[in-house]
Design a protein around this ligand. Structure first.
Ligand SMILES: [Zn+2]
Length: 322
C-alpha cells in the first residue's frame, strides 16, 4: 500500500471522516469500475476500523494494519467464491454470520469483505440480508461489485454506496510507473482497458504482445479473412482469460467510438440493446458480442469446450460490419 491510488482519495477521505465522527455505516457497497481498485479500498476500510493507532488511522505500521495487509487479522473475514465455484454459497454466509456474532478478538470491530459480491447466489444473498438487517454493533460489512444491479434491491438499500471510478489514462500510467517501475503502461492499458489494478499484476511486455495479436486478428476477422478454427484452438490453449479481456476491451472501444460518449456503454447489460446503426455500425451486434465474451469469461471454470465457444464468437465478428 505504499502508493495509494490517487483516484481513490476522495472515497478514502469520506470514509475516514465518517469513522472519525463515529458515523461509520454498518455496510458499504463499493461499486467499482472493473480493475479500478474496489478490493484495494475494501482492504483500506478494514485497516481504517481495525487500526490500533490513536491518530491517523490507518497508520499502516501497527500490528493490526500489518495483519490486515497479509490477510491474517482474526477480526477480518474475506468471503469469495471457493475454488471450482463461481458462486458464494449460503453455507459460507452462515459461517460468516456466526463469526460476526462473536466478540471481536481485539475488542474493536469485526469486518467482512465480500468480493465480488455479485457472485452471492440467491440463497446466500437472502441469508446475508438477515445480518444486514440486524447488524451487531461495531460490525463492518464491505461488498465489492462491478454491477450492483445483479444484487437484490433489499441488499442494496441497506448499504451505503461508495463509487470507485476508473482513473484517466495519465493518472493510471503515473501510478503504474510509481508502483511497478518504468514500462509501456500506455500500451498495456490499450490492451486491457482502463483497469490499472489489473495492469499492476501483469507482465507488461507479454500483455502488450498478446494485445497486439488479438487486435490484428479481430480486424482480420471482421473482414471475413483469417482462420477462426486455428485461432480459436491456439487461443483456447494459452492466455485465454487475458485474450478475452483484450477482446472485450476492443469491442467496448468501438462501442464508445460510435456512440460518441461513455454514457451508452454504462448501460451494457442493464437495458434492451439500442436498435439500429450508428455511422454504418451495427451497434446491437457489438453489444451481443460483448455479452458473448462475458458469458465465456464467466464460464471458464466449467467444463465447456473453450475452443468451440471461442470459434463461435470469432465467426460472429465477420457479420458485425465493424
Ligand atoms: Zn494501524
Amino acid at each position: 500500500m505504499s502508493h495509494p491510488p490517487p483516484w481513490i482519495g476522495d472515497a478514502r477521505a469520506t470514509l475516514a471522516a465518517a469513522h472519525q465522527a463515529d458515523r461509520m455505516p454498518h455496510a458499504l457497497l463499493i461499486h467499482e469500475a472493473p480493475g479500478s481498485g474496489g478490493d484495494w479500498l475494501a482492504q483500506w476500510a478494514a485497516r481504517l476500523v481495525l487500526c490500533q493507532s490513536a491518530t491517523g488511522a490507518p497508520c499502516g505500521a501497527c500490528p493490526s494494519c500489518h495483519r490486515v495487509a497479509s490477510a491474517q487479522h482474526p477480526d477480518l473475514t474475506v468471503l469469495q467464491p471457493i475454488e471450482d465455484s463461481r458462486q458464494i454459497r449460503i453455507e459460507q454466509v452462515r459461517e460468516l454470520s456466526q463469526e460476526l456474532s462473536l466478540t471481536a478478538h481485539q475488542g474493536a470491530y469485526k469486518v467482512a469483505i465480500i468480493t465480488p459480491a455479485d457472485t452471492l447466489n440467491r440463497f446466500a444473498a437472502n441469508a446475508l440480508l438477515k445480518t444486514l438487517e440486524e447488524p451487531a454493533p461495531r460490525t463492518l460489512l464491505v461488498l465489492v461489485v462491478t454491477q450492483p444491479s445483479r444484487l437484490p434491491a433489499t441488499i442494496l438499500s441497506r448499504c451505503q454506496r461508495v463509487r470507485v471510478r476508473a482513473p484517466d489514462r495519465k493518472e493510471a500510467v503515473s501510478w503504474l510507473e510509481a508502483t511497478r517501475g518504468a514500462g509501456d503502461w500506455d500500451a498495456v492499458l490499450d490492451a486491457l482497458g482502463e483497469a490499472p489494478m489489473l495492469a499492476a499484476e501483469v507482465d507488461p511486455k507479454a500483455v502488450v504482445q498478446v494485445g497486439l495479436e488479438v487486435r490484428r486478428t479481430l480486424e482480420e476477422a471482421t473482414t471475413g479473412s483469417g482462420d477462426p478454427v486455428a485461432t480459436a484452438e491456439r487461443w483456447a490453449r494459452a492466455d485465454l482469460p487475458l485474450r478475452l479481456r483484450c477482446i472485450e476491451n476492443w469491442l467496448t472501444e468501438r462501442i464508445r467510438a460510435h456512440s460518441g460518449s461513455d454514457g451508452l456503454f454504462t448501460k451494457v447489460g442493464a437495458a434492451p440493446y439500442p436498435a439500429g446503426r450508428t455511422g454504418g455500425l451495427n451497434i446491437g451486434h457489438l453489444f451481443e458480442l460483448v455479452d458473448g465474451v462475458r458469458e465465456l469469461k464467466s464460464a471458464l471454470d466449467s467444463p465447456i469446450n473453450r475452443g468451440l465457444a471461442l470459434e463461435a464468437i470469432l465467426r460472429r465478428f465477420a457479420g458485425a460490419r465493424l
